[in-house]
Design a protein. Structure first.
Length: 82
C-alpha cells in the first residue's frame, strides 16, 4: 500500500540519518543507499496511491496525504541535521 511504502521510507531515512553520523566509510556507503532508497520510496508511494485510486481499489484520503507530508518533512529535516 502507499502508506506502507511511506512507512518504509521513514525507516530508511532514520537508518540512513543515523549512519550518516558515522566515521566509517562502509557505514557512509550504507547510509547513502538508505537515503537513496528513501527518495525512491517517497516517489513510489505517491504513484501507488494514484494507481490504486485510478483503478478503484481505494478512495482518496487526506490521512494518507498528511502522513506522506509529515514523513517527508520529518525525514528531510533529520537528514539535514545529521
Amino acid at each position: 500500500s502507499a502508506n506502507g511504502a511511506t512507512l518504509l521510507s521513514l525507516v530508511c531515512a532514520l537508518i540512513g540519518s543515523l549512519l550518516l553520523m558515522s566515521n566509517s566509510s562502509t557505514k557512509l556507503v550504507v547510509a547513502s543507499m538508505c537515503v537513496f532508497l528513501y527518495w525512491v520510496l517517497d516517489y513510489v508511494d505517491g504513484e501507488l496511491a494514484r494507481y490504486n485510486i485510478f483503478n478503484g481499489n481505494q478512495k482518496p484520503s487526506l490521512q494518507g496525504e498528511y502522513f506522506d507530508y509529515l514523513v517527508h518533512f520529518f525525514s528531510t529535516n533529520i537528514m539535514f541535521i545529521c
